[in-house]
Design a binder for this molecule. Structure first.
Ligand code: PMP
Length: 285
């Protein structure tokens, strides 16, 4: 695989980052994941805008312009022959001479930027979308700025392991009785014809797929309500689903061992998946 590190395209075995990098020592970094379909980038603009917002919120300078970022994404897709898959991008506050809690001066410590591709043939035709997934609920004990896409992913990783141990596919996190989001996705329930998802705040990541799916749902005259919902309400819902750049729209058929509706993906989530894939393919760059 050819990867990108600080301006260079290199074989992955030759790519290096300092042990003093603040991403490594302090999780002082932000990231984005953009999916690729038909060799083109899905929702690139949304991801670039959110990346800039994450950097701004953390007072981190950007090491690259948006135009150059698009060029790097495209070049990696080309060099690695990616038809379907993802591109991972990470920017950290760089590697100062020593470990120190205070932010280093960006004039003397340049940011680190790394991108690599993940080849996933069959990403759009994922058989899991036909079957639907099972989730469990866990406490949301993450920090208070989940709207910033940082690389501190230890608790979401633990959540995935808790799900795995329980024989489920993922975990939905719950705070004060209300569902915040999945470990790496936004969470939705469907009651009748209404799609319900938590409103945007510092409590959740503002998903790029979420924004697109809600727009397509409204354009298709589906009813959307952005409000908190409890885990009990979710267990009693007709349908549920998640969204993320790497899973698009994925039906949820079971929560905490309770099947939703008849335990199959239902009508709304599969339809939204189809619309999302169609529309975002058309708009891909
Ligand atoms: N919430 C969390 C916690 C996530 O990690 C992600 C994916 N990185 C999402 C939501 C979905 O965001 P997006 O649609 O932009 O991938």
């Amino acid at each position: 695989r050819t990867v990108y590190v600080n301006g260079d395209y290199l074989p992955e075995t030759e790519a290096k980052v300092s042990i003093f990098d603040r991403g490594f020592l302090m999780a002082d970094g932000v990231y984005e994941v953009t999916s690729v379909l038909d060799g083109k980038l899905i929702d690139f603009d949304g991801h670039a805008v959110r990346l800039q917002r994450s950097l701004d919120e953390l007072d981190m300078a950007s090491p690259i312009t948006k135009d150059d970022l698009l060029e790097v994404h495209r070049k990696l897709v080309r060099l690695n022959g990616i038809e379907e898959g993802m591109i991972y991008l990470q920017i950290t506050r760089g590697a100062p001479d020593d470990r120190d809690f205070a932010f280093p001066d960006p004039e003397t410590t340049p940011q680190t930027i790394v991108l690599f591709t993940q080849n996933k043939p069959g990403l759009a035709d994922n058989p899991a979308a036909k079957k639907g997934m099972k989730v469990i609920s866990i406490d949301d004990i993450r920090w208070g700025r989940r709207d910033i896409k940082t690389v501190q992913l230890l608790y979401p990783s633990m959540g995935k392991m808790m799900a795995k141990k329980a024989g489920a596919d993922d975990a939905w996190m719950v705070q004060d009785g209300f569902v915040t989001e999945g470990t790496s996705n936004n969470a939705y329930i469907v009651k009748g014809n209404k799609i319900i998802t938590r409103e945007k705040s510092n409590d959740i990541l503002h998903g790029i797929t979420r924004a697109a799916v809600l727009r397509f749902a409204r354009e298709a005259q589906m009813e959307v309500e952005e409000r908190n919902f409890t885990i009990e309400e979710a267990r009693a819902a007709d349908e549920a689903f998640i969204t993320s750049a790497s899973t698009f729209v994925m039906p949820v058929v079971e929560i905490d061992g309770v099947p939703l509706g008849d335990g199959t993906p239902g009508r709304v989530a599969p339809r939204l998946r189809e619309i999302y894939l169609d529309e975002s393919r058309k708009a891909a760059v």
